[in-house]
Design a protein around this ligand. Structure first.
Ligand code: ATP
Ligand code: ZN
Length: 832
């Protein structure tokens, strides 16, 4: 029997802690509760052994073992260890991110009698008596009462058991430890999808007296055919406008005029299907898709680790290829995992999934409650859901019998977690596939340079889909030089004449247009004319954005006029005078999407305009409504931030405009060109996906920049060739490995002293094989009240970089620099 267990705890320390086994020996991969500096913490057992620690600390016992079997199989534990090592993150924090059950509500447990428990019950006291002798006679009797109560085999909640037998939870857990009872989470009883409340009009012959609000609700319901989702009802324009309180619906329910039904969540997509648009899986694959699928099918049949990079231009029909591959895996008895970007789990994607795979689907997205997440987690683990679709952290889903991983839009930056552990979901997925020895597919119209380099080196098999489906052309892209536009018109307008012409033409033809304005808010700089100062956030070294008050029923951002910091969320009233010099001459510069919408309304008074940004679209429900209004044609002119660029497949869109996407080219970030190229290509890719061809108008101040030139020609290969060269010259990824280290503290002197200390250490140590840039003030020197200095480390070899990071942490520890003061971002996407 092992005497000690090493437990990984969710604390910012890079090692597990040793505890004494106390009665039951937990298995590796199980959760336990242990004392830690005065608290009770939940951790995961990572090792069992008999080696007494020699560092002189008192070894405390494990307080409780929560699982009788491992929650994480050995592959996921291995994956966790890989992440901890590769990203230099505490294992306990990695595990916390992997296990939604770290938040599992323990009162939701059920107890069930085991075969062993039955034996004890039937074979009487004589066998058990010596073991139970430590218990009081009352407790011994209670144990029998509990076994009796559960004898039917139905699991019961602790509360039910208590009222029947007066037994508390401690006794139940003791019995579970003796394996007389089995403890299980309650989560498995609910439906695969979330339930959603539907308000139903009750037919009634009475003529009840109703107040105005009640009448409004009944009228709204009647207009919708007598049934409506409660959340849609609450958000309906009429009810919002008339400020009908939420309690009115409850009153109607009480009076039996409305009934509330529960139904599994569904996804509405407006008139999409009425127009005959098919789901991806309903198309017979064309020749290119068949070839792409065949390559993956061979890998599936053969088995074994094989990454594929599926480079397919926008609208080439990648989704149908994913589906076919997942179907093949399913037929071979294997489950699949499909990762999509944060915003990619749209109702359209979900609806296609359910249409193709029905109840086999589990969705894991960021808006699940901890309970819902735990519930899905159990379904997936039991093998009830064999098609798992989710955003970043779904890479950890405990998929039973996983046979294929697919990553859609693999270049998307939402796959990188921007807090500890700072893992990249794509790279973690590749590692998981490697550990499991299964194929993986990374798909994109604009593959990241990292993945492209891997394909060039032959590590990933490259599959190309160079054409759009049904011989549809890629849209023609026209560049508008905004400097020239200014010279010719003499005024500084948001929208160029050409963009206005093209948009008007699309609207006249009954088609749709989209315009990208990649900043939200009204004006993103407020500057004082007298002193030249920009109004900055109190917490961050960032200009504040001006937001106009929002009127109308559509947006729930009913927030008033304000300045807002887009990094920390801080808001303040709009000052009449400059906070620095008291001058009244405040200027509002830089048009955001809100201003864009206002201007478009003036230019196209007849257009049905919608805006898509984080102010108008906050939840999946918002996204669903917005997309359904686009699909149905209710909106024919959409303005928005990069949200509009991501994966949407709206067949009526023929004109796309791009306004001010190139200010990013001026940022101190070696990935700026790649990002602008991706954004331009993706947003252009929204045009011409239906029968009519698309046109794109790109307004730019850098018409000669290669990122813009290549994007305008749809020349990904040209772009990567050039960009790869630049990265090589400058020793940037993917030719080197890079890590950003930030020293951070609320005290400026502390942060700078720590940075200087670490800087000296790098110099004194000498760093063969490593380039160290810094210390320097981080581009955003103060963020959320924290001062930041940084280093950028570049190395030829990952091993060199990794070991120096651990050596640096040891040095910092010896110097008394706290771990929380050091942020390590391996393979950082942003150096800000
Ligand atoms: N074989 C086919 N024939 C006709 N239409 C198809 C075929 N396969 C897919 N489609 C349709 O083509 C459209 C584009 O497909 P899809 O959304 O998968 O493109 P994509 O490659 O993912 O593009 P993007 O990278 O822009 O998201 C969809 O409307 C889809 O239903
Ligand atoms: Zn701020």
């Amino acid at each position: 029997m092992s005497l000690f267990a090493d437990v990984a705890l969710p604390v910012p320390l890079d090692k597990p802690f040793t505890y004494a086994v106390n009665g039951v020996v937990p298995v590796v991969g199980a959760r336990v509760i242990v004392p830690f500096s005065g608290q009770r913490l939940m951790g995961v057992v990572v090792r069992l052994h008999n080696i007494a620690p020699t560092d002189g600390f008192e070894i405390k016992p494990i307080q409780q073992v929560l699982d009788s079997e491992a929650l994480l199989d050995r592959y996921l534990l291995k994956l966790a260890e890989w992440i901890a090592q590769y990203y230099v993150a505490p294992l306990g924090e990695v595990l916390r991110g992997m296990l939604p059950l770290m938040a599992e509500v323990k009162r939701d447990l059920l107890y069930r009698i085991t075969d062993h428990g039955r034996k004890v019950l039937y074979e009487g006291a004589e066998k058990g008596s010596s073991r139970r002798s430590k218990l009081s006679p009352e407790d011994q009797n209670r144990e029998y009462a509990i076994l009796n109560y559960l004898d039917s085999g139905e699991p019961a909640k602790p509360s039910a058991i208590r009222s029947a037998t007066q037994a508390g939870k401690a006794l139940l857990d003791a019995m579970a430890r003796k394996k007389w009872l089995l403890r299980e989470a309650v989560a498995d009883t609910r439906d695969a999808r979330r339930l959603e409340k539907i308000a139903v009009l009750v037919e009634d012959t009475r003529m009840p007296k109703l107040n105005e609000n009640q009448q409004l609700i009944l009228a709204e319901l009647a207009a919708a055919g007598g049934r409506m989702r409660v959340r849609d009802l609450r958000n309906s324009g009429t009810l919002l406008e008339n400020k009908v309180p939420e309690s009115t619906l409850a009153t109607l329910v009480k009076r039996n005029l409305v009934r509330i039904d529960e139904e599994p969540e569904t996804f509405y997509l407006g008139g999409v299907h009425a127009e005959g648009k098919k789901h991806a899986h309903e198309h017979a694959l064309n020749e290119t898709q068949t070839e792409a699928y065949a390559a993956i099918a061979i890998a599936l049949d053969k088995g074994g680790f094989q990454p594929h990079l599926l480079y397919g231009v926008t609208g080439s029909g990648k989704t149908a290829v994913y589906f076919a591959a997942m179907k093949r895996a399913l037929e071979a008895g294997k489950s699949s995992l499909l990762l999509v970007p944060e915003i990619g789990l749209t109702p359209a994607m979900a609806a296609q999934m359910f249409a193709a795979f029905g109840d086999d689907v589990a969705l894991l997205h960021s808006q699940l409650t901890p309970d819902e997440r735990a519930e899905q987690w159990h379904r997936i683990r039991r093998g009830d859901a064999r098609i798992v679709v989710g955003t970043r952290s779904a890479v950890f889903a405990p998929v039973a019998n996983l046979g294929l991983i697919v990553i859609d839009e693999e270049h998307d930056s939402s796959y990188k977690q921007e807090e500890t552990p700072r893992y990249h979901g794509r790279d973690t997925a590749v590692m998981r596939a490697k550990l499991l020895d299964i194929p993986i597919v990374l798909g994109s119209a604009t593959p990241s340079l990292e993945s492209w380099a891997n394909a060039q080196k032959g590590r990933y098999a490259l599959i190309t889909m160079a054409e759009r489906v049904s011989n549809r052309p890629l849209p023609a892209v026209e560049l508008i030089d905004m400097r020239e536009e200014f010279r010719n018109t003499g005024t500084d307008q948001i929208f160029s004449r050409q963009l206005i012409l093209e948009t008007q033409a699309a609207l006249d033809r009954g088609e749709q247009a989209m315009i990208l304005l990649n900043r939200r808010g009204y004006s993103y700089v407020v500057m004082c004319r007298a002193c030249g100062d920009k109004i900055q956030c109190e917490n961050c070294a960032i200009s504040m954005t001006f937001h106009k008050p929002v009127l109308g029923a559509d947006a729930h951002a009913h927030a008033g006029e304000r300045l807002e910091c887009h990094y920390c969320g801080f808001r303040r009233n709009v000052p009449k005078r400059c906070p620095k010099c008291e001058s009244e001459h405040l200027y509002y510069l830089g048009a955001g999407s809100q201003q864009g919408e206002e201007r478009l309304q003036e230019i196209f008074p007849g257009a049905r305009i919608g805006r898509m940004d984080r102010d108008t679209v906050r939840t999946r429900v918002d996204m669903e409504r917005m997309l359904s209004r686009l699909h149905s044609g209710e909106i024919n002119l959409l303005v928005g931030t990069q949200m509009i660029a991501k994966g949407h497949d709206i067949h009526g869109v023929t004109v796309v405009g791009v306004v001010g996407c190139d200010h990013a080219l001026g940022l101190p970030d070696f990935r700026a060109a790649e990002r602008v190229f991706q954004l331009l290509t993706q947003v252009s890719g929204r045009a011409g996906r239906g029968d009519a061809p698309g046109r794109v108008v790109v307004q730019t101040y850098h018409p000669d920049h290669y990122a813009i030139r290549f994007a305008a020609r749809h020349d990904y290969l040209g772009f990567v060739a050039k960009e790869m060269q630049y990265r090589r010259w400058m020793h940037y990824p993917p030719n080197t490995v890079l890590t950003n280290i930030v020293l951070q503290s609320q005290k400026l002197e502390e942060a700078s002293a720590w940075a200087a200390n670490i800087g000296k250490w790098f110099v004194s140590r000498g760093t063969p094989g490593l380039r160290v840039l810094g210390p320097a003030a981080a581009p955003i020197v103060r963020l959320k009240r924290i001062y930041r200095f940084h280093f950028v480390l570049k190395a030829e070899k990952r091993q060199t970089l990794n070991s120096i990071l651990y050596a640096m942490l040891a040095h910092a520890d010896a110097q008394g620099i706290p771990r929380r003061g050091i942020l390590i971002d391996v393979d950082a996407l942003h150096l800000m």
